[in-house]
Design a protein around this ligand. Structure first.
Ligand SMILES: [Zn+2]
Length: 150
């Protein structure tokens, strides 16, 4: 995993940050991100990994779920270059890249994020990526972004 040591944000100024859910379901994910660790849920009963967080296991319906730290390495399962400003803060900040990242060390669960770097770079399905932790100290939130490996 890589740590960003600058105050730069991939999100443009004025863009709302994602926030933990009010019911606490994903609080461990956000707390781990602040420690620069990536975690996904894993069922204690049957071992199934899942993401995003849910109250019960998709495999066996057990409520006995735990959080499992993963390496932060993944591969691009799908991606999109976004050209339409879905929020006013994105005017003039286009395009940007959204990736669906598959985590081989967590049962191939997938996470959505941004791919850092040149927004017009060539993106290949299956390319290796790693998690990057983007701290927002004022908001006490750390975002998980992705960057190409190598
Ligand atoms: Zn299960």
């Amino acid at each position: 995993m890589t740590t960003t040591d600058t105050q730069t944000s991939y999100l443009p100024e004025g863009m709302p940050l994602p926030a933990p859910s009010a019911d606490g379901l994903d609080s461990e994910f956000w707390e781990a991100a602040r420690r620069h660790e990536l975690v996904v849920q894993r069922c204690t009963a049957c071992g199934t990994f899942q993401f995003g967080p849910e109250w019960l296991c998709n495999g066996c319906r057990s409520f006995d779920l735990a959080w499992h730290r993963v390496s932060g390495r993944g591969r691009i399962y799908s991606w999109e270059r976004v050209w339409y400003p879905v929020h006013p803060a994105l005017q003039g900040k286009l395009p940007y890249l959204v990736v669906l990242v598959e985590l081989p060390d967590a049962g191939n669960v997938r996470m959505v994020g941004n791919l850092l770097g040149d927004p017009e770079q060539t993106v290949e399905i299956g390319a290796e990526v790693e998690a990057v932790f983007e701290d927002h100290p004022l908001e006490q939130v750390t975002l998980v972004q992705w960057q190409r490996v190598g």
